[in-house]
Design a protein. Sequence first.
Length: 96
Amino acid sequence: PAHILSIKVKDIMPEATNLKALILVGGYGTRLRPLTLSCPKPLVEFANIPMIVHQIQALKLAGVSEVVLAINYRPEVMYNFITEWQEKLGVKIMCS
């Protein structure tokens, strides 16, 4: 909603540096079938952008510089995503 303010962690805690985030992306996405039959749920597009990109962009705005994705389902597809999007987003993305 438009009434929610965006607050950066660094505004509240200036000493916070090198913030990291963990995103759980290991589910099978069964409730989004048939969309998830061909790609993992985090890569299903919303507004023509993979859902995971929206999350990483929000984390970057909050001051996060590194994101760890906990992957289980279709890891090879998620690795390809990281290769393609890491530089575009300007955030270090790792897998677990």
